[in-house]
Design a protein around this ligand. Structure first.
Ligand code: NAP
Length: 449
């Protein structure tokens, strides 16, 4: 029997578990999928926007894997300091696949970044996704204008969530406190700002188009600003995805504002240089106007523009964090690897693997994790004949319990799901997520009591 631990139950972790049980090379395999949280699915549960029901329904595919009889979900297990050390995990399993994602946000490194009212997009996403570590709930309080920095898909998500009304948010599973706050929001101006041009934006066209379909919201673009990008004037040489983005924006530029009460303003060629204070909190963002340098980058012009904002969401990408006991490439913020095999000082470390964002960096959509996990699982299965020679405990869960670790098992997660359905019913909504540790763990405990 090959015993494997997968650390992290997001898409890359679950696809790794799937790859391990859906193969015939090593038929006797048992996979424990560990997660720090008592809930599975990682960013599918705590990152995909609540109004993206179709993407969220991917949970059903991930569920089928975690319900396979050779797979066991062990939630509420911290790997690393304060929990199960990496070295101990190595003793308990023949192989460990780290799928821990990119747990923090990149920083801008400009003055004023930490002013009250300036948040990372990940903090905002965690809040409306009911992540139990989220504490802030005053994002939109008192704000009329918001600036979202960055033009990736996360920027589009948070921009869209700021522009949605209560009627559209109520059917989602977002926590009641976030729903109430967004329903009471007075934010009417949302600028989503890129430092490069419209043809270089990172968002995908499907996501971009959704902004134009929001009720009560105009998407306002300035054709002259877009025209700073030579590819905007002649998009014929662009790859299809970028060309479609440009075409969508041309459509908005041609339509002009329709006088709706809320406005989303995609802005380009503006590099954030400082967040400006007003009364002890952020009041505006100062940008330097940039121009294309002809090589895909931009150069500054020495001209500046301030955009008013009582709320700033910095959406400039995620970043991996080191896990004590695992090597870490600080420049790339990933774990060094060879086809998924962890490298320690340049040499393969037997039995240690990575998949997902901690392996390749925070890029790609959920489906990108499938081939990424497949490569890692292929390496692991190649190594399996040697790995199984090492003695490991017959039941790693019993060994974990013996050292005081008591995971939330699948029945506990199912109890959380029942509690979320009951909460939603009591509020006259569908499923509503439990937003804090205490509520989640109390619900999970009802499975055994
Ligand atoms: P991203 O796609 O890497 O976009 C980051 C944005 O931040 C880019 O516009 C980048 O501009 C900008 N940026 C970086 N550093 C900056 C700086 N110092 N100043 C100003 N702007 C800066 O990251 P993301 O939006 O966080 O998304 C992460 C991944 O998740 C992506 O692969 C995304 O597609 C995926 N995702 C997908 C969905 C979906 O499918 N619906 C939803 C959410 C996330 P430059 O290009 O100039 O560097």
């Amino acid at each position: 029997m090959l015993h494997v631990a997968v650390v992290g139950s997001g898409p890359s972790g679950v696809y790794s578990a799937q790859g391990l049980v859906q193969q015939s090379q090593v038929p006797d395999v048992q996979v424990d999928v560990l997660d720090r949280l008592p809930c599975p699915y990682g960013l599918v549960r705590y990152g995909v926007a609540p109004d993206h029901e179709k993407i969220k329904s991917l949970q059903n595919n991930l569920r089928a894997v975690l319900e396979d009889e050779r797979v066991r979900f062990l939630g509420g297990v911290q790997v690393g300091p304060g929990g199960v050390p990496v070295a101990r995990l190595r003793e308990l399993y023949h192989a460990v696949v780290y799928c821990v994602g990119a747990a923090t946000d990149r920083h801008l490194g400009v003055p004023g970044e930490e002013l009250p009212g300036s948040w990372s997009a990940t903090e905002f996403v965690s809040w409306y996704s009911a992540h139990p570590d989220s504490v802030a709930d005053a994002f939109v309080l008192g704000a009329r204008s918001a600036v979202v920095l960055g033009v990736g898909n996360v920027a589009v998500d948070v921009t869209r969530m700021l522009a949605r009304g209560a009627a559209e948010l109520s059917p989602t599973d977002m926590p009641q406190s976030a729903l109430n706050a967004l329903a009471a929001s007075r934010v009417t101006e949302i600028s989503m700002v890129g430092r490069r041009g419209p043809s270089q934006a990172r968002f995908t066209t499907k996501e971009l188009r959704e902004l134009g379909a929001l009720p009560d919201t105009d998407v306002v673009v300035d054709p002259e600003e877009l025209a700073l990008d030579p590819a905007y004037l002649d998009p014929s040489d662009l790859p299809a995805a970028q060309r479609r983005n440009v075409e969508v924006m041309r459509g908005w530029a041609a339509a002009g504002p329709q006088g709706r009460p809320r406005r989303i303003r995609p802005r380009f060629f503006l590099r954030p240089v400082e967040l400006l204070a007003d009364g002890g909190r952020v009041g505006a963002v100062r940008f330097e106007r940039t121009v294309p340098d002809g090589q895909g980058g931009v150069t500054g012009t020495g001209q500046y523009e301030d955009i008013e904002a009582q709320l700033v969401l910095r959406s400039v990408g995620y970043r991996g964090v080191p896990l004590e006991g695992l090597p870490f490439d600080a420049d790339r913020a990933t774990v060094p690897h060879l086809a998924g095999r962890v490298l320690r000082d340049g040499a393969v470390s037997p039995g240690e693997y990575v998949a997902g964002w901690i392996k390749r960096g925070p890029t790609g959509v959920i489906g990108t994790n499938r081939p990424c996990a497949k490569e890692t699982v292929t390496s692991l299965l190649e190594d399996a004949p040697v790995l199984v020679r090492r003695d490991v405990p017959e039941d790693p869960l019993a060994a974990l319990r013996a050292q005081g670790v008591h995971p939330v098992e699948w029945t506990g997660w199912q109890a959380i799901e029942r509690a979320e359905a009951a909460l939603g019913a009591s509020l006259g909504r569908g499923v509503v997520k439990l937003p804090d540790w205490e509520a989640l763990l109390t619900a999970a405990r009802t499975a055994t009591s």
